[in-house]
Ligand binder design. Structure first.
Ligand code: OXD
Ligand code: MN
Length: 574
């Protein structure tokens, strides 16, 4: 810390203890200098609003680097910068950067306190907004120092908002040293270093070395009327509904089918002594996309963010009530948009990637096991994407290796969570494209290896809630009704539930999926479950081109799976 302070030259250094009093002091300071705006005390008690710089509203993947010694270890899907170049180019941006500012030292734990799977990080930052967010998203302060004890096993991260200029913005990961540098952004995914930087990019390299997995997955608990709890982990690209699925309200709660939340974004998974895969949620809060969150789509999130929440880049009514597209039908009069200007109704009032930061303990659907130190055993893994066509509502992979192929070839239409064009299909293997800290070819090999080490591996499925009909509307109702798809999966896990072989994988027979009471015709159900040969055939060369990028780092199992898909498409009658 002395060394960092000598370099960044802050006016003062504060070691954060994570206490309520410390937080109150920080919030008071931020309210005084306009970093935070207080929201309505009755309708949003304990809530604040932060407006970020308009050029700093999402993760900037083109400014995110893996700084391994060899470029091939970062692989073709990451930006690479040599450690020497990073030190030369990015290092100087930290020189004197904290002059006139306070340097906060933020010790934090990722994972339940006291769990053998948890890990300590220390983030040094000059942003009190980051400190307030880290306090919600991690176990921060005293307990983290307690967990660290006299040891030195922590991941250091240095963060400064710098001058917020995208020209001087870099998010650099040194996987070999397990070190993170982030400068020039205050946006969550770039600045809350425990989340994407540590719990995914650095942790994925630790996991590869130590025989576990760090994945971009929600974890949910599904209890059936016999009282049996199943745990499901699901990977979807950013802003594709992970939080909604994790907090889903079961439409069959009164029949004893209950859904509870373990986590909404990240899972750390390890083989247990029983041959199953066990998962913990390393986070303590939710940093979720606000627009689209409403009483119908996600009542549990609405309850979670009804108090003591930090909102970033939402709109606000003149009396301080936060508002966003999808909250309710009628925007209040006199609305102020996310940039603080009167909303003229032409653009969006809230930024499409506006966020809430809220403690998980405020969520009514948290499972009583969400902080279990040994984690929860996973029965099924779901991959999914946002595809208007191609992928059926659900299919099951034939075995683990085929499931790895399904995850590795995932494609999804892009969203606003990262800067760049929205709505184009990009390959996003296991939803880890922006988050894998090493060569993705090696990552696929690690997945295959993990499967071989599990006597009772989870069954791997793929879902697509986003198929559209000829009128361009979603065919599947989604949200709570997704439980029906989960129940078919659980049937399959337990050796029940019927399925048809297709070149994509095992698709439910129309009768195996319970659609009673849904406004879907038999033709709708058939169209949801259809595997269209021509569409899949068009995918093959695209997947091949994607795989070719990995050269000899691509495991042969994956090219063999692609060959057999191509062969089946040529011969099958679908
Ligand atoms: C997130 C993301 O913020 O994936 O979770 O972008
Ligand atoms: Mn995410």
């Amino acid at each position: 810390m002395d060394e960092v302070a000598r370099k960044t030259r802050p006016d003062r250094v504060v070691w954060c203890d994570g206490s309520d009093a410390e937080n109150a002091r920080l919030v008071e300071g931020m309210l005084a200098d306009g970093t935070l705006i207080a929201l309505n005390r009755q309708q949003a008690p304990g809530c604040t609003l932060h407006r970020s710089h308009p050029s700093d509203v999402a993760r900037t993947e083109h400014l995110t680097f893996i700084s391994s010694r060899r470029a091939e270890d970062a692989g073709p899907t990451n930006n690479w910068m040599s450690p020497d170049e990073a030190r030369a180019r990015v290092g100087p941006l930290f020189e004197g950067v904290m002059k006139g500012r306070t340097m906060y030292v933020v010790p934090y734990v990722m994972g339940p306190l006291g769990s053998p799977f948890s890990k300590v990080g220390i983030e040094v930052t000059d942003s009190p907004y980051v400190v307030a967010n880290m306090r919600i998203m991690t176990r921060m302060g005293g307990p983290a120092l307690g967990q660290l004890g006299a040891g030195e096993d922590f991941v250091p991260g240095l963060h400064s908002t710098g001058d917020l200029s995208p020209d001087r913005r870099f998010i650099v990961h040194y996987p070999e040293e397990r070190l993170i540098w982030s400068v020039g952004s205050g946006y969550g995914g770039n600045a809350l270093l425990g989340k994407k930087c540590f719990a995914l990019r650095i942790a994925s390299t630790m996991a590869r070395d130590q025989g576990w997995m760090a994945e971009h997955m929600l974890i949910l608990e599904l209890t059936t009327p016999d009282g049996h709890a199943h745990y499901v982990a699901a990977a979807f690209p950013s802003a594709c509904g992970k939080t909604n699925l994790a907090m889903m309200v079961s439409p069959f709660e009164d029949q004893g089918y209950k859904v509870r939340t373990i986590g909404d974004d990240i899972a750390w998974l390890r083989p247990g002594g029983d041959g199953r895969l066990w998962a913990v949620n390393p986070e303590a809060g939710f940093f979720g996309v606000v627009p689209g969150t409403g009483p119908e789509t996600n009542p549990n999130a609405m309850a979670t963010i009804s108090h003591d929440t930090i909102f970033t880049n939402v709109a606000v009514s003149p009396d301080g009530v936060p508002w966003w597209e999808g909250k309710d039908k009628s925007p209040p009069p006199g609305l102020i948009d996310w940039q603080g200007k009167p909303w003229d109704r032409t653009g969006k009032a809230a930024h499409p990637n506006s966020r809430f930061t809220a403690p998980a303990r405020q969520c009514p659907s948290m499972s009583k096991h969400w902080e279990d130190g040994h984690g929860v055993p996973i029965s099924a893994i779901i991959f999914g994407g946002r595809r208007a066509r191609l992928a059926p509502l659900v299919f099951q992979s034939r075995d683990w290796a085929h499931g790895v192929f399904v995850g590795a070839t995932m494609g999804s239409e892009t969203t606003a969570a990262a800067t760049g064009q929205v709505g184009i299909v990009r390959r996003d293997p296991m939803a880890m494209l922006p988050f894998c800290g090493y060569n993705m070819g090696d990552y696929f090999a690690h997945w295959l290896r993990m499967g071989r080490s599990l006597a009772r591996p989870p069954v791997i499925f793929h879902v697509n809630w986003f198929r559209t009909g000829p009128d361009g509307r979603f065919v599947w109702p989604g949200f709570g009704q997704n439980l029906r798809v989960l129940l078919w999966m659980i049937d399959r896990v337990e050796g029940r539930g019927s399925a048809t072989e297709t070149p994509a994988g095992l698709v439910p027979t129309p009768d195996a999926l319970n659609v009673d009471g849904l406004p879907l015709s038999r033709a709708d159900v058939q169209s949801l479950l259809r595997v269209e040969r021509d569409e899949w055939a068009a995918e093959v060369p695209e997947i091949r081109a994607f795989f070719d990028r990995f050269g000899d780092r691509l495991p042969v199992e994956l090219s063999r799976s692609l060959d057999s898909l191509s062969h089946e498409l040529a011969t099958a009658s679908v």
